[in-house]
Design a protein around this ligand. Sequence first.
Ligand code: ASP
Length: 334
Amino acid sequence: MSDSKPRIHVIGTGGTIAGIGPNRLDYTQYAELGKKLSIEQSLERIPEANDIANIECEDLISVGSPAIGPTEWLNLGRRINTLLNTADIDGVVVTHGTATLEETAYFLHLTVKSRKPVVITGAMRPPTAFGTDADLNLMDAIRVAATPDAINNGVLTVLNNEIHSARDVYKANTLRVETFRANEMGFLGYPDSDGEVLFYRAPTRKHTFSTDFDVEDLTELPRVDIVYAYAGSDSLLVEAVRKNRSDGMVLTGFGSGTLPPTMLETGAEAAQEGIPVVLASRSTAGRTVITPRITKLGFLVADNLHPQKARILLMLGLTITKDHDILQQMFMTY
Ligand code: ASP
């Protein structure tokens, strides 16, 4: 009987889902104390998962996700690509802190070279606390990775009984368990209370196996910095990025991408000097769009990607080209 079950590989990276608190009422200190379950210990808490999949696991790292960035993305991506190229592995689940989960998910969404399911999960309440979501989220992530319906859908996040596309999902609330949202894009489906895993829609933008990005041999990514606009913000931080000669910059503007005058001027100067500058929005939904003025100033627009995701796409785009039009086309493609 076990032979017909899918083989799912679970990679632990740390985060709240592995956090060990001092008592059952602790929802904050566990992260500072830094004690963590291994992925094997997390899986021992959900023996039910063995009924649906043949599970194997490894701890890649064991950190809070504020400590995860491009180096860890590259290592994780390489490991996932190796695993999924192994013929009899059917899917990968990654456990991850929620702080930067959406960024790791989007990086993998653009760089994993496989149609097989890759599901990222985390938790808002550590396994030692009352009402923890750690066990259910890990169980749900395995259930999603084990279903053939998850194939071809890119990298998925699964928390709070919801399946999201890595492209659209973001952490919307600091402490609530229902924190992962996709605003008007909505979620894709759910691992539901009756044990069914249901998909109602699929991502339409290119991802995973259909992207042009190949980072397999890279040890670092181009540097892209984000500068945030606020009423009265001036050229100080844009100038710092420009002087640093960063490879690219994302400007997080107001609403549809407008900026305070001196920030706009300095950003345009940077763009004219050859630093690709992408305009994103501090609004959490909606697009920044191309206008004659934006074109004249030399800016790119992020479409509806949040600034932290526009940064990742620009970093990856810059591994291929610095050409303005090709980079802009990527923001309409991915
Ligand atoms: N501090 C945690 C992290 O690793 C937060 C979490 O997992 O919810 O991101």
